[in-house]
Structures are given as structure tokens and as C-alpha cells.
Design a protein around this ligand. Structure first.
Ligand code: SAH
Length: 377
């Protein structure tokens, strides 16, 4: 029987069964009590956190500071398996790798490692599927399956850090330097789990992975109240706003949540965030041929952004299967860049790494059904 796109992601979930609790689901200050409530000596939580976050080591056999007969129990209760590898696809001579993971309930999720000469980034998912329904995004087409837990989000980062640290990614061992929430899902629609995962990523060893908040980018459609709430968390991650159109009329169709929070409100929230953190934010803009790439829209965008602490990241559209839309013509992209620059707005055009493994924006997991052809168990 042929599977329809997205079916695999929906087919198998054992609904209602919660993901096993993991120390990364628990705030650092509560981990001792978490262990004690499980009948374990509280101080063991810190030892396990050190193995996990600092040494990226979840192999109890090597935990020489812990009695042999306790190791297995600690692993099962504090570091239960959250992501099982299903398959990996590589390109760029192995320097870009997309990993597909199966979670405890059979739901699939993906992350992508991108190694560059001077840094290594992992692009992670915060939800299986997405409820934002942006018509150009593959994830948006199949709706939301479920939120990921903080542990499931963090584990994608730990797995990537381990792959780089162990030399699995060609080019020698390397430290994971950047994390971007640009995989599946709308991170601010899974607020609490995403915040806890950011704390795990940014906290110093042994409580977290010690990756600087500035090296973590959270990309959002612009859920204004959640952006305002983020301001109060005091974790100055880099904010990226998926604008895709400077005018409400078009943005209402490209990013449907715009019918709730308009372009001006989203930009004001991003300004407030930037005022608090002192950080420049990114405006993401997928260039779609004859849809949002007209010179007048570049002009309007330039006027909107000229006095803001923002930087524009243009993304050549990565067409989803069956999509009627395609990337802009080169000359239109060039004009778009030039017009924005004329307003003094900083612009970059995103590199399209991972396209040949469907690892590029909005393409995650959706393609998997055609590869495995069977629902995950
Ligand atoms: N929900 C978050 C993260 C999504 S993915 C958000 O919307 O920001 C990160 C970026 O990739 C977003 O800007 C998203 O709009 C963009 N994107 C999605 N599908 C794309 C496609 N087919 N081509 C180019 N960019 C795409």
C-alpha cells in the first residue's frame, strides 16, 4: 500500500505514552532531588550529568567513578535512550549529515550537522511536524504530530557534539560550536521544553554543554507573546524571525500566523528583544520567484529595516515536492540584495547546504516515507 507524504510520521505513534524522563528534562538545580525521588543517591546525578554533558558519554561501562553494579541503573533512570538512529544521509564529502531519529513512540524527527572550516553547526527540531502551516515549507504540510521534550531536543545536540568530537565527521575531531532551531517545528510553540533545552545547551559544564547563548539561534514565525516572554528568561540567544514578506497582505498567506500578529508587531517584538540583549536579530526571507521577490517588496523591506538592528538572511526557496513555487531568478535575487543594501541593511544569501539530502530548510523528515516505505514501529 502506498504511503502518502507525512503518513509515516503519523502512522505509528503510541499516543499518550510519555517519553521517559531524562536528567536533561529537569532543571539543573532540581536534578539531585530528581535522582533522590528515584531512590538514587542525589550526588550521582551530578556525576551522570558530567559524563553526559561534559564528556558526551552515555556508556555506563566506562563510568569508572561509579560502582559497577550501579552504572546500569543510573543509565536507565537518568539517561534513558530517547533517540534511536534510523538512518543518516551525507553530502559535501560527509561534512553535512542528516540524521533521522525514532523516538520512544515511533515518531520520527531529524537533525542536520553542518561542518565548516571554522565552526560546526547542528540544525535541530523542536516538534515533530509543525502547526504553523506555511505553504512553502514541507514540515508545515503535514501538521503537528507532537511537541518534543527538552530531553529529545537536547539529545539531538549531544548526538551531534559526540559525532564531531569522536571524529565520525570527516576532517578530524571538532567541537560543536553552534546550534540553530531551524529544523522541524515552531520552537516558541513548544516554549517550556525549548527553554529547558536552551539551558542545557548553554549552561556551563557539568550542568550543560557550555555552548555560548550567542551561538544558539532560535528561529520563529513570530509568536509575539512568546518573544516577549523570552526577553525575561535572560538567555541571550540570537533571534531569527521568518518574515518572508514585508507586507501583511502577502505575509498572511506565506506565514498564516500573520493574521494574528502583523509584520509591525513582530518587528517591534524583535526590536524589544534586541534592545534587551544588545544582539542583532536576523530576518529570514525565502526568495520565491514572482511571489515575494519584486523590487518594490525589496524597497519596502529596506524601508522597514533601515533603522533597526537587523540583518537579512535571504534563503533561495527550496521547492517542496509538488510545489508550484520555485526559487527566484538570479537577476531578481541580485536586485533584491542591491536594493536592501542601498538602505544600509546588512544582507547575506544563505548557503544551500544539504539540498541533495533533503536536509535543507523545510525538507526534514517529510521525504523519509519514500525511503523506508514502511511505518516506524
Ligand atoms: N518554525 C521556525 C523554524 C522553521 S525552519 C520558523 O518558521 O522560523 C527555518 C527557516 O526555514 C524558516 O525561516 C522557514 O520559513 C524556512 N523555510 C521553510 N521551508 C523552506 C523552503 N522550502 N525553502 C526555504 N526556506 C524555507
Amino acid at each position: 500500500m502506498a504511503l502518502k507524504p507525512g503518513e509515516l510520521v503519523f502512522a505509528a505513534p503510541k499516543r499518550g505514552k510519555k517519553a521517559p524522563q531524562h536528567i536533561s528534562d529537569v532543571a539543573a538545580k532540581d536534578r539531585k532531588k530528581f535522582a533522590e525521588d528515584l531512590g538514587l543517591p542525589g550526588f550521582r546525578a551530578k556525576q551522570v550529568a558530567l559524563h553526559y554533558f561534559e564528556h558526551l558519554n552515555n556508556d555506563p561501562d566506562t563510568w569508572s567513578d561509579i560502582p559497577v553494579d550501579l552504572r546500569g541503573t543510573l543509565k536507565d533512570l537518568l539517561l534513558p535512550e530517547l533517540l534511536t538512529p534510523v538512518r543518516s544521509l551525507e553530502c559535501d564529502r560527509g561534512r553535512t549529515r542528516k540524521d533521522l531519529w525514532k523516538m520512544h513512540d515511533g515518531v520520527l524527527v531529524e537533525s542536520v550537522i553542518m561542518r565548516y572550516s571554522d565552526r560546526a553547526t547542528v540544525c535541530i527540531s523542536s516538534q515533530a511536524g509543525c502547526g504553523m502551516n506555511c505553504p512553502f515549507c514541507a514540515t508545515g504540510q503535514s501538521g503537528l504530530t507532537r511537541n518534543l521534550t527538552a530531553g529529545e531536543i537536547t539529545e539531538q545536540v549531544v548526538m551531534a557534539a559526540r559525532a564531531l568530537d569522536s571524529g565520525e565527521i570527516p576532517g578530524g575531531t571538532m567541537r560543536l560550536s553552534n546550534v540553530v532551531f531551524m529544523g522541524m517545528g515552531e520552537p516558541l510553540a513548544n516554549y517550556n521544553a525549548v527553554i529547558q533545552s536552551i539551558r542545557n545547551i548553554t549552561a556551563p559544564h557539568p550542568e550543560g554543554l557550555a555552548i555560548g547563548a550567542r551561538s544558539v539561534t532560535l528561529s520563529t514565525v513570530g509568536l509575539v507573546p512568546a518573544i516577549m516572554k523570552l526577553i525575561d528568561e535572560d538567555i541571550p540567544v540570537t533571534l531569527a524571525v521568518s518574515l518572508h514578506a514585508p507586507d501583511d497582505e502577502l505575509r498572511d498567506t506565506l506565514v498564516p500566523i500573520n493574521t494574528r500578529w502583523k509584520v509591525s508587531e513582530v518587528l517591534e517584538a524583535a526590536d524589544a528583544y534586541s534592545n534587551k540583549t544588545g544582539r542583532r536579530y536576523s530576518i529570514e526571507y525565502a526568495l520565491i520567484r514572482d511571489i515575494n521577490d519584486q523590487a518594490w517588496r525589496a524597497d519596502l523591506l529596506g524601508r522597514l529595516l533601515k533603522n533597526r538592528n537587523a540583518h537579512v538572511n535571504l534563503i533561495p526557496l527550496n521547492p517542496t515536492p509538488g510545489s508550484k513555487w520555485t526559487a527566484s531568478r538570479q537577476e531578481d535575487e541580485d536586485t533584491f540584495v542591491r536594493l536592501l543594501e542601498a538602505y544600509g541593511v546588512a544582507v547575506t544569501v544563505r548557503d544551500t547546504r544539504g539540498r541533495d539530502i533533503d536536509g535543507a530548510c523545510g525538507q526534514l523528515a517529510a521525504s523519509e516515507i519514500s525511503i523506508t516505505g514502511a511505518p516506524a514501529e
